[in-house]
Design a protein. Structure first.
Length: 188
């Protein structure tokens, strides 16, 4: 079932982004066709999960990934929600922090055998989940910075202030999931 979901969502999103790529390439809208091209690439990434013997991610996490792509690439960049709705950028950074925190919990459950998990401190799980969300936020800001240096010049319109708010919202999302993981671990 998980395999089918990955294949269907990947193909649908690739087709969607390819159509946008062609449309904006014909219109000579370089900002949007570049986003659509990037969308083709990142929507194909989950297909790499099919090569894994045991995929650690459940269907809601896979759907959450495509929801993030749709909201950030299509709504955010192509439809210009980032420009027209000031709250959109912060909301997506918060979502990313929550999402990466949940991915961290999934990785923990998959990579740490159940027998060993009982002996792992809840604070270790807390730090793992939080650090993964912080790391993802930092990587995203590096991506925005490099993107502005090389291609778009529109990703960090607010400069340092934008970067700091993005980091704060990403950390906040990850912190909420890290606290949740700590509470859940201590109840076990």
């Amino acid at each position: 079932m998980k395999r089918k979901v990955i294949i269907i969502l990947s193909i649908l999103f690739i087709i969607f982004m390819a159509a946008l790529f062609i449309y904006y390439l014909i219109k000579s809208d370089s900002s949007r066709w570049q986003v659509a091209l990037g969308g083709i690439i990142v929507s194909a990434l989950p297909l790499l999960l099919l090569r894994m013997k045991h995929n650690p991610f459940n269907i809601p996490i896979i759907i959450g990934y495509y929801l993030f792509l749709f909201c950030s690439l299509f709504l955010g960049s192509i439809v210009s929600f980032y420009l027209h709705h000031k709250w959109w950028d912060s909301t997506l950074h918060f979502y990313k922090g929550v999402y990466v925190g949940i991915v961290g919990i999934s990785l923990y459950k998959r990579l740490i055998p159940e027998k060993v998990r009982n002996d792992v401190s809840g604070w270790i799980l807390f730090l793992f989940v939080l650090s993964l969300a912080v790391f993802a936020s930092v990587l995203w800001e590096i991506y925005e910075f490099v993107g502005d240096l090389t291609f778009t010049r529109t990703m960090q319109r607010g400069g340092n202030t934008d970067t700091m708010y993005d980091l704060l919202y990403g950390v906040l999302g990850g912190l909420i999931i890290a606290v949740y993981s700590l509470i859940k671990k201590q109840k076990v």
